[in-house]
Write a protein that binds this ligand. Structure first.
Ligand code: ZN
Ligand code: ZN
Length: 235
């Protein structure tokens, strides 16, 4: 026991010294400098954009004509294909407190958005976490991304959506079908929130698309005219 606490004490002292000597290095190749170096970022596979309803490939981030409806997003953009090393980086960003990854992720997503000509007319909002998850993690990774992109592009961030509590966690629900059912009614508009005409909705990873589809439905029902869904990765 004494040995263990001795080791912990040593780690506490050595940790900051290591950080001082090797301040920051790429999480993928360990090259000193940024949390993800430019060479590694270039090597990540870009997202294969698809219609979120039927799954058919759509490189423009649109729903198929037959799948689109007024309650759906106008555009779905994503940075990366959800494959390693992106999967592992997002896991660290989301669950292991590695919030320094927010900067390189935001740069990539801001670059995607800068191609949208009227991007300054949008407000950015994000998928809210349940209170339980927020307490457990201490931060909402999608909110961090929204704030970082807001700063990059000088676009306002708004906490437009809230989570309706007492729902079974998506992580617990294993099957895709069950997930879709569980997410129904999971979001509402924050009381007293001003409804923008155009919204960019941030999510970290899109898997089935059920979460963002539900959130977009709520935004559109509240009077938002245009919604661009922006995700870090598409599974
Ligand atoms: Zn690297
Ligand atoms: Zn479709």
């Amino acid at each position: 026991m004494a040995k263990k606490s001795n080791l912990q004490a040593k780690t506490k002292i050595i940790g900051p010294i290591i950080n001082f000597l090797f301040p920051q290095s790429c999480f993928v190749c360990r090259e000193p400098g940024k949390p993800i170096c430019s060479e590694c970022i270039k090597s990540f596979a870009p997202a294969k954009l698809r219609c979120l309803k039927c799954g058919r490939a759509n490189p423009f981030g649109l729903y198929c004509k037959s799948c689109h409806s007024k309650s759906k997003a106008n555009l779905v953009l994503a940075g990366f294909d959800y494959k390693n090393p992106i999967t592992s980086l997002i896991h660290q960003f989301k669950y292991e407190d590695v919030t320094s990854l927010s900067d390189p992720f935001c740069d990539c997503l801001a670059a995607l958005l800068s191609k949208i000509p009227d991007n300054l007319e949008y407000k950015i909002c994000y998928i809210p976490l349940t209170l339980k998850k927020l307490k457990l993690r201490g931060y909402n990774q999608s909110k961090l991304l929204a704030e970082g992109i807001g700063q990059c592009l000088n676009v306002t961030v708004t906490g437009l959506l809230t989570r309706v509590e007492a729902r079974e966690s998506q992580v617990i629900a294993q099957s895709r079908k069950l997930r879709k059912t569980n997410i129904k009614g999971a979001f509402s508009i924050k009381s007293g929130a001003e409804i923008p005409q155009k919204v960019i909705l941030l999510d970290d990873v899109i898997t089935t698309g059920a979460t963002v589809e539900e959130a977009v439905k709520v935004l559109k029902a509240a009077g938002v005219k245009e919604v661009i869904v922006l995700a870090l990765a598409l599974d």
